[in-house]
Design a protein around this ligand. Structure first.
Ligand code: GUN
Length: 285
C-alpha cells in the first residue's frame, strides 16, 4: 500500500491563511506585526532565503525590513543594529541569517537579540527554555514538522521517534519537542553504526543529515511516518531528499515529499512566531 503524502504546501497555505487573519486582527488593534531580517555578505543561497521570507511576510500582512551589510562589516556595527531593533517597538521579531562570515562570533551575535524577539529561537536562553519544557518560541523547522504530524493525526505519545541528524537547527530541537510530547526518542547521526537497526524500529522517522536518499525502504518499518527534512541538489540539477521517496512511499504509512514537504513549513512557522511575538506585545505579556 502506498503511503499518505504529507503535503507541506497545502498545510502551509492553510496555516498562512489563519496567520493573515491574526495579523489583520492585530492591525485593527493598532499593532502591525514586524520582522527584521539581518543579512551579512552576498551568499546567493542566503539571499534567496531572505527574499522568500520578505515575500511571505508581505503575503501575510506582516511588515518586514531587511538590513543588509557587506561581507567585511565589523561585528560591532551589526550588534549596534540589533540593539536598535531590540528597542524598536514596531519590530516584534529579529532574525540574523546564518551562516555569518568567519570573522563573526555567531553565538555573540545571536545572544544579543532580545529573547522575546528571537523568532528563530536560536538564543541560548531560548534553547535552554526548550530543554526545560518552557519554550518561548519553537524553532521553525521542527515546529513545522510537529504541525504536519498533528494535521495528519499521527500519534506521538508512547511512540518511538528516531531522529537522524544532530544539528542545532533541526535534529536537537526536534528530539526535544517529540520528547516533550511523550515520545521515546533515539538520536542518530550520519555516522551511526548500523543505522538501519535504529530506523527500522521507528514509528516516526525524521531525517535531517543532507545525504541524498540515505534512507531506503529496507530501513523503514511498515506504516511508519517518515519526515524528510533534507534537501539536496543532485549532479543533474534535480532536488532529492534524504529519503528515497519512490521506494519508501510503498512501505511507510505517511511520507513528506521533497520539494513540497517540510520546506514550505519553515517560513510559515517563522511568520507564526512573529505574529505570536506581536500578540504578546499587544496583550502586554
Ligand atoms: N540559515 C539556514 N537556515 C536558517 C534559519 O532557519 N534561520 C536563520 N537565521 N538562518 C538560516
Amino acid at each position: 500500500m502506498s503511503a499518505e503524502i504529507i503535503d507541506g504546501k497545502s498545510i502551509a497555505k492553510e496555516v498562512r491563511s489563519t496567520l493573515k487573519t491574526r495579523a489583520e486582527n492585530l492591525i485593527k488593534k493598532g499593532v502591525r506585526p514586524g520582522l527584521a531580517v539581518i543579512i551579512v555578505g552576498d551568499d546567493p543561497a542566503s539571499s534567496i532565503y531572505v527574499n522568500n521570507k520578505v515575500k511571505a511576510c508581505k503575503e501575510a500582512s506582516i511588515h518586514s525590513e531587511t538590513h543588509r551589510f557587506p561581507e567585511n562589516v565589523e561585528q560591532a556595527d551589526v550588534l549596534r543594529c540589533i540593539h536598535e531593533l531590540n528597542e524598536n517597538p514596531h519590530i516584534h521579531g529579529i532574525l540574523v541569517q546564518l551562516p555569518l562570515p568567519r570573522h563573526f562570533e555567531s553565538g555573540k551575535v545571536i545572544t544579543s537579540i532580545a529573547i522575546e524577539k528571537d523568532v528563530d529561537s536560536f538564543h541560548l536562553y531560548n534553547v535552554g527554555a526548550l530543554v526545560t519544557g518552557s519554550a518561548v518560541f519553537l524553532p521553525c523547522t521542527p515546529y513545522g514538522v510537529m504541525i504536519m504530524l498533528e494535521k495528519h493525526g499521527i500519534p506521538i505519545e508512547g511512540q518511538h521517534a528516531v531522529i537522524v541528524g544532530r544539528s542545532n537547527i533541526v535534529g536537537k530541537p526536534m528530539s526535544l519537542m517529540l520528547l516533550e510530547k511523550g515520545a521515546t526518542v533515539t538520536i542518530c547521526t550520519s555516522k551511526t553504526r548500523d543505522l538501519a537497526s535504529y530506523t527500522k524500529s521507528a514509528d516516526i522517522l525524521v531525517v535531517a543529515v543532507g545525504k541524498p536518499r540515505l534512507i531506503t525502504a529496507d530501513m523503514v518499518k511498515t506504516g511508519a511516518a517518515v519526515i524528510d527534512v533534507g534537501i539536496n541538489r543532485l549532479a543533474d540539477g534535480a532536488l532529492a531528499g534524504d529519503v528515497d521517496f519512490e521506494s519508501v512511499k510503498e512501505k511507510a504509512g505517511y511520507i513528506t515529499p521533497v520539494p513540497g514537504g517540510v520546506g514550505p513549513m519553515t517560513i510559515t512557522m517563522l511568520l507564526c512566531n512573529t505574529i505570536e511575538a506581536a500578540e504578546r506585545t499587544q496583550a502586554g505579556i
